[in-house]
Design a protein around this ligand. Sequence first.
Ligand SMILES: Cc1ncc(COP(=O)(O)O)c(C=O)c1O
Length: 400
Amino acid sequence: MTRSAFAPLPDDAGYFGRFGGQIIPPELKRVMDEISEAYDEIRARDDFQQELAGLFADYVGRPSPIFHARRLSERLGGAQIHLKREDLNHTGAHKINHCLGEALLAKFMGKTKVIAETGAGQHGVALATACALVGIPCEIHMGQVDIEKEHPNVTKMKILGARLVPVTRGTATLKDAVDSAFEEYLKDPRNFLYAIGSVVGPHPFPKMVRDFQAIIGREAREQFQERHGRLPDQVAACVGGGSNAIGMFTAFLDDEGVRLVGVEPAGEGLDTPRHSATLTLGQPGEIHGMACYVLEDEAGNPLPVHSIASGLDYPGVGPQHSYLKEHGRVDYVTATDDECLDAFLTLSRVEGIIPALESAHAVAWAMRTAPTLGPDQHLLINLSGRGDKDADYVAARLSL
Ligand SMILES: Cc1ncc(COP(=O)(O)O)c(C=O)c1O
């Protein structure tokens, strides 16, 4: 297979090789097919693309810059580290890219309510923001554990006018929030739109969210080329469901010389049950209407997962990542909670940038990798979000 075979996926049935699809009841399949058709038609329209491009520029503040982390690179004594600053977007993370896309799509489709789950709260805040802007009611389901951990985001969602639904079942984290939000959506799928928070779920969501996020890599590739006259040697991003990573990777898939690295959460260690390294230790299975790598028990039930970063603790992963792993185009590696905390504090103190705990996983990989390479090597990291939401938690945990 040639590398360029990666670009046109998924196929019409929503498959990336053997991953993805629509593993859902027939009634729901009809609804998903309608969304898929509407999406293909609406995204081809100039008025949709112009409105989205205008909002990306004037509302989100795109293009986000690339920052050369010189002091961090010098301190590590190896490769040059560059950060794609998605943390500077309005609402503080990459999530606003697909939330604006989904909210606009809901408006163009005449939907009456947008429903979603959230883990760290970034997707919830971004969606509540986009819905406020577009003028559509918004309902966010969030695990009780995450509600307590991510309090500032909870407050913001309420201020933005979203209805917040606490989820107490199961482990009261992201997977349970997805289940709960999906149940609400099924009550009236014709009038509601489920705005999924990552490149997961049944077709067309992995494709739609990827398309909206692909702006990250398109910009980054052009910016890097313009500034350095060449492409980076390695491009890395953290992987929860996989939206910021696929957004970054898509533009580079055909660049054979560019190594792509997805960083999964190793939590308290891969030899403990307290991790969320789906692609590293999981196996092909099914979850939330898609075929993908899954961390599951012998009976096929999703395992409880853990990461210090709420937005990364998900037992499934995007089908396109599952495909890219199997085809060897992206290397998936891990970083532990402790490495992530170290990266969080180091980036804050050496560059004055407080990263989200999710993004700190990618920074941790860069900190581990840079010293093994020469100064002519360039690592481009997607800094998917800012860490204000995590500041109190980290300060308490490290007794600062
Ligand atoms: C800042 C940030 N980065 C990354 C993620 C993980 O999501 P994804 O893997 O879809 O990019 C989240 C999820 O909440 C997040 O808030």
